[in-house]
Design a protein around this ligand. Structure first.
Ligand SMILES: Cc1cc2nc3c(=O)[nH]c(=O)nc-3n(C[C@H](O)[C@H](O)[C@H](O)COP(=O)(O)OP(=O)(O)OC[C@H]3O[C@@H](n4cnc5c(N)ncnc54)[C@H](O)[C@@H]3O)c2cc1C
Length: 401
């Protein structure tokens, strides 16, 4: 992978390393994909990863029962697909094994335990300065691959510090085994909230799921075909609003009215809402039938957490043993990338899709399209093409110098 030259460390300054090729921050699927595509184009790179493994989100922050939400053909990385014997929706374990094989296949060896604290373009030298706890790395190119899900979102909820039981985010939830016979309040009703509630049911816990806002729930498949594939195919021919109407028509026919279960649908359709706000529709894998038969209870908005439970905005109260925050994740880019206004305060590129992959002065982003791994694959190919053109000129210049 990327070679680098070390210089002596002084007491005041971190040791610096000159990187021969782009620096990629993050060794998740996006970092691996862009590194592989660069390699295919003859460009070395160096991945800096804060944890001690590749795909740390998948290896360390996801629950055991997780499977890819989308069918495998939409989740494979460029140049090296899933093995043919993988099921339609690979488990997290299979997905991780695929990513490990992917890294091995392309000889990708990230530098682990390198948490990027600050990265800034130096206009005088024309290099990106990327600082971790150990080193100052220098490169002509910086590729941000830290993901849309870098940090858990922990909301402030009145009284939560008084609660006597366990409070945990879904990023540390593994399985319902440890919640056997417990009454558990799950705050949040996205894909994670639904799947964790379902998992709790399967382990004889009693989940109450808090639904504060409206939510679109779609069947994962319609007539044996994945809803996502159907949506993708229809979008080639029809406007997004028409596709949304068709999806909702079939969803209502197959799932019935979710409003009646206390799960109000937003006024905007699922795909239009996803485009506008990034809010992903829930793909039902069984939680809805548990809501229907009362094994998952729906609660409306927490007013306050008490020592032993919660008070809700509709006046109801409940006692709970544990609270699980299924409140999602956020990007962490603004905390470390400085001196550029390319990103919003929420850490997403300001330039809308499909043009958010390239900034100024050799800055690139991969995996920030709100389009999952499909978006990652497209970004990675575009970035590799763009940098490889510059790389050839740069190498030619260095040779003549
Ligand atoms: C529960 C769950 C299920 C999902 N299912 C699907 C699915 O089925 N299909 C799909 O397409 N998408 C799915 N996604 C979205 C998923 O996040 C992405 O598809 C994929 O993991 C994104 O890869 P990434 O490399 O962009 O980000 P990540 O996987 O988050 O990787 C980013 C890496 O950057 C590292 N990093 C962060 N900050 C720093 C720093 N300052 N310095 C150094 N390293 C840093 C992190 O440790 C991490 O290893 C799911 C997400 C979740 C949470």
């Amino acid at each position: 992978m990327g070679s680098y030259k070390e210089e002596e460390k002084t007491d005041q300054q971190p040791k610096w390393l000159w990187v021969n090729g782009p620096i990629i921050v993050g060794a998740g699927p996006s970092g691996l994909a862009v590194s592989a595509c660069l390699k295919e184009n003859g460009v070395p790179s160096l991945i800096l990863e804060r944890s001690d493994c590749i795909a740390s989100l998948w290896q360390q922050k996801t629950y055991d029962r997780l499977k890819l939400h989308l069918p495998k053909q939409f989740c494979q990385l460029p140049l090296f697909g899933f093995p043919e014997n993988f099921p339609k929706y690979p488990s997290k374990k299979l997905f991780i094994s695929y990513l490990e094989d992917y890294a091995k296949h392309f000889g990708i060896v990230p530098k682990f335990k390198q948490s990027v604290k600050v990265a800034e373009f130096d206009h005088v030298s024309g290099f990106w300065k990327v600082e971790t706890q150990d080193f100052l790395y220098l490169s002509k190119w910086l590729i941000v691959a830290t993901g849309e899900n870098a940090e858990p979102v922990i909301p402030e909820i009145q009284g939560i510090d008084k609660f006597k039981g366990a409070v945990l985010h879904t990023s540390v939830y593994k399985s319902g085994t440890e919640f056997n016979n417990q009454r558990v309040l799950v705050i949040g009703c996205g894909n994670s909230g639904m799947e964790v509630s379902l998992d709790l049911c399967r382990h004889n816990a009693i989940p109450h799921m808090v639904v504060r806002n409206s939510v679109h729930i779609l069947p994962r498949e319609m007539l044996g075909i994945s809803t996502f594939s159907i949506a993708m195919a229809l979008l080639k021919w029809l406007p997004i609003r028409v596709v949304d109407k068709l999806l909702l028509l079939v969803a209502n026919l197959t799932l019935g009215s979710t409003d009646k279960l206390g799960l109000r649908r937003p006024k905007t359709g699922p795909l239009e809402l996803k485009n506008a706000t990034g809010k992903t529709p829930v793909l039902d894998v069984g939680a809805l039938s548990q809501i229907r038969n009362g094994k998952i209870q729906i609660m409306h908005g927490v007013k306050e957490i008490t020592k032993i439970g919660a008070k809700f905005i509709d006046g109801k109260e409940g006692e709970y043993d544990s609270i699980i925050l299924a409140t999602g994740y956020k990007s962490n880019v603004p905390s470390w990338l400085k001196g550029t206004d390319f990103f919003t305060e929420q850490g997403m590129p300001k330039t809308p899709f499909p043009n958010g992959w390239k900034g100024e002065n050799g800055l690139y982003t991969v995996g920030f399209t709100r389009r999952g791994l499909l978006g990652t694959a497209n970004d990675a190919k575009k970035i590799a093409r763009d940098i490889s053109d510059q790389w050839r000129k740069y190498k030619g210049f260095c040779k003549n110098f």
